[in-house]
Each structure stands twice: as C-alpha cells, then as structure tokens.
Design a protein around this ligand. Structure first.
Ligand code: RB5
Length: 149
C-alpha cells in the first residue's frame, strides 16, 4: 500500500500517477487534497508520512508545485527519508543508497510521462544496504538527538 498526498500544485500530477498505479495494480491511499483549491502542503504531507512510519503504508508519493516544499515537510517526520526528484539517476540512487521511503514530485516541474517512470524506478529499486545502512543509522541518530533536545 502506498500513501499519496498533494497540495493544489501537485494535484493534477497525482491524478496522473494514480492512473498509472491503477494500470500496474498497485494499491494506494490518497491522504488529500481532493480538489484543486489552494491548501498547505505540510497538512497533507503529515498524515501520509505518519502512515508510512506506522507501517500502514510502505512508501509515500508526495506532490506539490516543485516537489521541494512537501519534501521539506516530509523530512521533518522521524523515520521519513524523502527525496525531491526529477531525474532517473536520483530516483534510482535515493533507493539504492538512501533507502528513501518518500518520493516527492513537482507538478510544475515534471511531466506525467517522466513522473510515472520515476515512480516505477523508485518502487522497483531495492536498497543496497551494506555501508549505506550505517549512514541511514546516522540519520536516525540525528532524529534521536533532536527528539531529546
Ligand atoms: C504552492 O503554490 C507551491 O508553493 C507549492 O506547491 C510548492 O511548490 C512548494 O514547495
């Protein structure tokens, strides 16, 4: 199960990606927004990211105008490793090296065709583990330090 969320700037792209996921038979839950009127990306990022951290969903696909604002909000949630992405290499390596669990796409940056290919790469590329796990553990240690402040 994937968690999806967008603000108004990413709404149309999210709709296109949903059609692509339907065609692949991949289940998702849409945490909003549900129409194109203006909303704030942190409000939709939070429930989608909570669903990933709780285990209800495996990964999140997040959308705003640039993919950047919603990635900033997502990365504030402990346990989320979100990547704002518009190229194949980043989509692949953020899985292989960062074990990213949220892909953030920009509806004003990335066309639907490319976005769906980035989603496929993101979903189909495994984490390499090994030396990269040590770095993920250090990110978690930063979260722990912030929690204890
Ligand atoms: C909304 O206008 C826009 O600022 C938002 O979608 C996003 O691009 C922010 O990073």
């Amino acid at each position: 199960m994937l968690a999806l969320a967008s603000d108004h700037g990413g709404f149309q792209l999210k709709q296109e990606v949903k059609k692509h996921l339907d065609a692949r038979g991949i289940a998702y839950k849409d945490f909003g927004c549900y129409e194109e009127s203006s909303c704030d990306y942190p409000d939709v990022a939070l429930p989608a990211c909570d669903a990933v951290v709780s285990g209800e969903c495996d990964k999140a696909l997040l959308f705003c105008g640039t993919g950047i604002g919603i990635s900033m909000a997502a990365n504030k949630v402990n346990g989320i490793r979100a990547c704002a992405c518009s190229d194949y290499f980043s989509a692949k390596y953020t899985r292989m090296h960062n074990d990213a669990n949220a892909l953030c796409l920009g509806g004003r940056v990335t066309g639907a065709g490319l976005a769906c290919e980035l989603v496929d790469i993101f979903l189909d590329t495994p984490f390499e583990g090994g030396r990269h796990q040590n770095r993920i553990d250090k990110i978690a240690a930063i979260e722990e330090r912030e929690r204890s402040k």
